[in-house]
Design a binder for this molecule. Structure first.
Ligand code: PLP
Length: 476
């Protein structure tokens, strides 16, 4: 243990130095050829090596090459900086190393608390057994849609677990054109077929067009198909748009559809003050809600979550333990492994519990408020700048825009497609692009409360610099 103690102290220093110095380093930098070779092609050592040597390797070969998401000028995708509390407890979770499949131990008990906290935080009705921590939202979505499929087939008097989907009318899932790709992946994995994923058009605010949803559901039902689930978004990945959840819940209720909400990124936006949270009415009516602790909350990566209204149905979807072997303890809830596909499950709850405890409810509200404000500030800067154009209203903490110099209207797609990679290579900021309403767009996702207004000014200047390079490439 002396070796572990010594190396552990070194690892703690290396970790703190890394996190403390993030602002002074490039957001992202290319891997040198020597380090790339070491990272990808090293041989397994024949003899084992001392722990402190491993920490030195990590300091010199691994830490210089981050994805970038710890930096206050990282605005890419939806990847947050890690919470200090999450970093602190990660080694302790590894030291305990439980499987949170089930049993009577701290890992399982704490997961119940964390699930209740997450539900309470966003006002989702919670009953014990009402959720599961997962690897991320993609897996959480598979779990949620599996329960939706189970219910729909059960209502038709069949058992999908026993019979599969053979002989049943095609089941139709409704997602908006801005819905996340994990929804379609889940539909494919669950045997529904992507041909039966209806893409509902969006309105000018990139929100699901509810009239179009109604029309599609009616048309499919008339054609003998089986509409079974609508998946709305509480914070789309492209623009952060929040669908009209209450109205969509009404459509789901009227047509007997499962109402799923993808709040992987944006569910916490319900905590924002004033108009920003108004769109969330109806989220609590969902049959299933996905909400990722490893996004806005900053829990270190590997922690998604699905919450559901009916724990018994979720258990019936996955439990493979014969009744006579059930281990219900006093609570009657069984094992977490009965609520999803994973058997051995890591101790995700400790990082989430630590992050939420450290921030407290007030701290989480401040985190959301600060990042939403930063997004509005960036949008205002873009609106005021003659060479930028806002492409979507800001409803959470994502800003979608493009570079549009005053003297040019041609090849804007070409220009904006090239900008993110050039910005990334310059190393001072990191943003990513997307396509919006058929046009190339830039998007900045604000998740880090350490970001300042100066960082936003610098981001726009970096984009201008990158645009000069891109223009020279396009018009040599
Ligand atoms: C809205 C939304 N849904 C789902 C996902 C998928 O989440 P994960 O990468 O955790 O599987 C993302 C990822 O960014 C997302 O933004």
């Amino acid at each position: 243990m002396d070796e572990l103690r010594r190396a552990g102290r070194l690892a703690a220093d290396v970790t703190a130095d890394h996190l403390g110095g993030v602002r002074d380093r490039p957001v992202w930098q290319p891997v040198t050829e020597a380090d790339r070779s070491w990272l990808m092609r090293q041989d397994l050592p024949a003899a084992g090596r001392p722990l402190t040597d491993l920490v030195h390797d990590i300091r010199t070969r691994v830490l210089p090459y981050p994805m970038g998401n710890g930096h206050p000028r990282f605005f890419g995708w939806v990847n947050s900086a890690p919470s200090a509390a999450g970093v602190l407890v990660a080694p302790i979770a590894a030291a305990l190393n439980p499987s949170c499949a089930g049993g009577d131990h701290a890992g399982v008990l704490l997961e119940h608390t964390v699930l209740r906290w997450l539900a309470e935080l966003v006002g989702f009705p919670h009953r014990p057994g009402g959720g599961l921590l997962t690897s991320g939202a993609s897996m959480a979505t598979v779990v949620a849609l599996a329960a939706a499929r189970q219910r729909a087939v059960g209502r038709d008097g069949a058992d999908v677990r026993e019979e599969g989907l053979y002989g049943l009318p095609p089941m139709v899932l409704y997602v908006s054109a801005e819905g996340h790709s994990c929804l379609r992946k889940a539909a494919e994995l669950l045997g529904l077929g992507s041909r039966h994923v209806r893409v509902v058009p969006v309105d000018g605010g990139f929100r699901m067009d509810v009239d179009a949803l109604r029309a599609l559901v009616t048309r499919d039902a008339r054609a003998g198909l089986r509409p079974f689930c609508v998946a709305a978004s509480a914070g789309t990945v492209n623009t952060g748009a929040v669908d009209a959840l209450d109205e969509i819940a009404d459509v789901a209720a009227a047509h007997g559809l499962w109402f799923h909400v993808d709040g992987a990124y944006g569910a916490l936006g319900a905590l924002a003050s004033g108009a920003a949270s108004a769109g969330y009415a109806g989220m609590a009516r969902a049959d299933s809600l996905v909400l990722d602790p490893h996004k806005w909350l900053g829990v270190p990566v590997g922690c998604g979550c699905v919450l559901w209204r009916d724990p018994a149905l979720a258990r019936a979807t996955f439990s493979l333990i014969p009744a006579y072997l059930r281990d219900d303890h006093e609570d009657g809830l069984g094992w977490f492994s009965e609520y999803g596909p994973e058997q051995t499950r890591p101790f995700r709850a400790l990082r989430t519990w630590a992050t939420m405890s450290h921030l407290g409810r007030d701290g989480i509200i401040r985190l959301v408020g600060t990042t939403v404000r930063l997004a509005h500030t960036l949008a205002a800067m873009i609106d005021a700048a003659p060479d930028f154009e806002l492409l979507a209203p800001v409803s959470t903490s994502i800003v979608a825009f493009r570079y549009h110099p005053v003297d040019r209207d041609d090849r804007l797609d070409d220009l904006n497609r090239r900008i993110p990679a050039i910005v990334q290579h310059r190393g001072s900021a990191f943003l990513t692009g997307t396509r919006l309403a058929g046009a190339e767009a830039l998007r900045a996702c604000l998740l880090n409360p350490a970001t300042t207004e100066d960082d936003l000014v610098l981001l726009l200047d970096e984009i201008r610099g990158a645009a000069t390079t891109a223009t020279a490439e396009i018009h040599p």
